[in-house]
Design a binder for this molecule. Sequence first.
Ligand SMILES: C[S@@+](CC[C@H](N)C(=O)[O-])C[C@H]1O[C@@H](n2cnc3c(N)ncnc32)[C@H](O)[C@@H]1O
Length: 234
Amino acid sequence: MRYYYPEHLAAYRRLEREGLTQWNDLFEQDRTDDFEAFPNRAFLERVLPEQPADVLEYGCGTGAAACFLAARGFHVDAIDLIPEAIRLARRFAQERGLDVNFSVQDVCAMPATSKQYDVVLDSYCLQSIVTDADRSRVLTAVRDRLKPNGRYILSTAMYDPTRVYEDDFRYDATTGICYQKTTAPIADAVHLDNTWYLPHRRHLRPEALQAELQRAGFHVVSQQGGDVVATRLG
Ligand SMILES: C[S@@+](CC[C@H](N)C(=O)[O-])C[C@H]1O[C@@H](n2cnc3c(N)ncnc32)[C@H](O)[C@@H]1O
């Protein structure tokens, strides 16, 4: 099981148990209890194409952004790793009479396809895809799926000098990788200073994220912190 699976599975099990509707509601300080008030909504309202278009959202969670797009006439394919998230997303879309094509998929292992989109959207998934190899797989999949004039719209957590990493975590400022202690050398674990850790988050500085996107074949059109719009180079 990959490092990004257990945490997300546990989160959606808790969400379901507690009758919550989206990821942010898991955190007391961010909770709105309002499905329509998802965190990057204002950003999307600013940067989405005016005309309805074909969108792929990966890491869609319970589908708040996907539903927002579908309600505005966009054709949305939305994927997430966790079946519990997709089950909830289907329910919330159905309750609102919205048509979204949800499916369970790992964005690090996307099958080949010739389908291309006007927009590929990431609402806070990329920060959980930590290793260089996995991020390269994701960015290649995004690039392959974008139409030549399409837009990659990304919201991701960034390095924040005020963030406190608690005792079980270790932040490597050189790579932007935050590791979490683990008990055994399970898949993906790394051994640092006699302790086993799992990759947990990638918190990059803005210039490092921009450089990564450029290396992966994107042109960054705009970037405000972790809110980025990029196009395909070439
Ligand atoms: C921080 S949550 C954000 C969820 C949702 N976009 C939102 O804004 O509420 C990150 C999401 O990415 C999903 N995810 C993590 N790794 C993934 C992967 N490899 N493939 C697909 N989805 C993944 C998680 O299951 C989770 O739903």
